[in-house]
Design a protein around this ligand. Structure first.
Ligand code: FAD
Length: 470
């Protein structure tokens, strides 16, 4: 379905912008991609966010749409389970789903580079690096860029697609120019990345196919494996805790107390250097809407829905935006006015739901995974999923291993909670009835009491796990 008459400007050549350029060029549009940074393929070091990312079903499906799934997953590392590290050095795995279900650790930089290279293969695509969007007109599609030398560029496009991240300049123009809802929330935690080198034999220093987690309630550390045998380790802690660690002694004391098994693997000297030469970075959650203006402008990815990174869905959700928009362009026969309206109507409710889920996991990952009730709830979910594979799907499975709409994932979980709640009520009523009958018939005195107290205990536990509603 080629449509060479329309020009699209993609602002932002990060993960979502680069994938969108592939989709648009595949449809035959003329595409200009403008990226503030220089071409990352030419840089020795790239400053910025996480070194590796967890890719799951939604992201993979979107990559498949431009023929890149196989290429990307060929160098990814499957992670089948969380590996929980306790302070006493013991560890236990908790599967993400069924035994063969996994999320995948992929290299952010390589993924971004491959997407840019893929986009560039299409004749209708032009990549403009070191071009920062200064302003745009949401009604006319006019844009003003500045290049690295400070030179101005004024241009216009039929459609502007803002994929310029959590602090989007395109979104800022929308806020100034139209009725636009916006809210953002910084969480009290910051993050810092550390490097765990391969062990002496060149292999990973910890079990490879896991996402390692050190949950410590107020703090958390995670580690994802890299292809070269190293792990990228990320500390998540309140900014005050980062700031309270002032000296090398403070740092060593802190690690020995909180994350003792990681210390020899990170290396004391390397840890000190990284910690004191870097700053903890903030994390922000953004909800806004509508995502479009008339037939001229739309935002996607973090520009539309930045989220805290605790569900590993930011990129996956942004990639799914591209796939969904492509489907909508099919349905509307490339009618931008119609397609943009549909995109906001369809996607806004889901992206907001995903921001909420990510915020919930902010608590679950650092605290609940330590709790017996969390594990019990996982067991109940897994058992019921085994018993009723199509009817009882655990929340994590719905989010990470299916393309169920995010808001439906939350609704599904609420229904499951209601069923468990009713089960608990029935258990209480049943045991009360049983006691009544036994007392009335004057039989089974002791035995009845024992059975009933067990039943009541189970009912109470069911009640207790209900608040873990996501
Ligand atoms: P970005 O990646 O931010 O790209 C935006 C691009 O726009 C950048 O290249 C920027 O230079 C450019 N730009 C900005 N302003 C302008 C301008 N004015 N003009 C031109 N260009 C501009 N997601 C997952 O799915 N799985 C994970 O495991 C995961 N882990 C994460 C871990 C951490 C610590 C963090 C912080 C995030 C994580 N995420 C994860 C989220 C993921 O990184 C983001 O959702 C994803 O990068 C969003 O892509 P994007 O292209 O929308 O934005």
């Amino acid at each position: 379905m080629a449509d060479n008459t329309k020009r699209i400007a993609v602002v932002g050549g990060g993960l979502v912008g680069a994938l969108n350029a592939c989709y648009f060029s595949q449809r035959g549009f003329e595409v200009d991609l403008y990226e503030r940074r220089p071409d990352i393929r030419t840089l020795e070091h790239v400053r910025g966010r996480s070194i590796n990312l967890a890719l799951s079903c939604r992201g993979r499906e979107a990559l498949k749409g431009v023929g890149m799934e196989e290429m990307v997953t060929a160098t990814g590392i499957p992670m089948y389970a969380r590996m929980i590290h306790n302070t006493d050095g013991t560890r236990k795995p908790i599967l993400y789903g069924k035994k063969d279900q996994y999320i995948m650790s992929v290299d952010r930089r390589k993924l971004n580079e491959d997407l840019l290279t893929e986009a560039e293969k299409h004749p209708g695509v032009r990549l403009h690096f070191s071009h920062k969007l200064v302003s745009c007109n949401v009604d006319t599609g006019e844009m003003h860029f500045k290049d690295a030398s400070g030179k101005d560029l004024h241009t216009r496009s039929d459609l502007i697609v803002g994929c310029d991240g959590a602090y989007s300049a395109v979104r800022q123009q929308m806020m100034k120019s139209m009725r636009f809802d916006f809210s953002q929330e910084y969480i009290p935690h910051g993050y810092m990345e550390l490097h765990m080198p391969p062990s002496a034999n060149g292999k990973h220093a910890m079990e490879t196919n896991y996402l390692h987690i050190w949950p410590r309630n107020a703090y958390m550390m995670i580690a994802l494996p890299n292809q070269d045998g190293s792990f990228t380790v990320t500390m998540f802690m309140p900014f005050e805790v980062f700031e309270a660690i002032q000296t090398e002694e403070d740092l060593m004391r802190f690690f020995k107390e909180k994350f003792p098994d990681s210390l020899p693997l990170l290396g004391e000297q390397a840890l000190k250097e990284t910690f004191f030469n870097n700053k903890a970075l903030p994390m922000v959650s953004v909800k806004c809407g509508p995502y479009h203006h008339k037939d001229k402008l739309v935002i996607m990815g973090d520009a539309a829905h930045a989220m805290v990174p605790f569900y590993g869905q930011g990129m996956n959700c942004g990639f799914e935006d591209c796939l969904i928009f492509n489907d909508i362009l099919d349905q509307t026969n490339n009618d931008f006015g119609e397609a943009l309206k549909k995109f906001t109507a369809y996607r806004n409710v889901d992206a907001r739901a995903m921001c909420d889920l990510a915020m919930y996991n902010y608590i679950e990952m650092r605290a609940s995974v330590n709790s017996k009730l969390f594990l019990l709830r996982k067991k109940v979910d897994n058992f019921l999923h085994w018993l009723l594979p199509d009817r009882w799907i655990p929340l994590y499975t719905m989010v990470s291993f299916t393309r169920t709409r995010y808001h439906k994932c939350i609704n599904g979980r609420k229904k499951q909670d209601m069923i468990l709640e009713r089960g608990a009520v029935l258990l209480v009523l049943g045991s009360s009835l049983f006691v009544g009958v036994c007392v009335w018939r004057g039989k089974l005195g002791d035995l009845a009491e024992k059975i009933c107290s067990k039943a009541l205990e189970s009912a109470n536990r069911l009640y207790e796990i209900l608040p873990l509603s996501y």
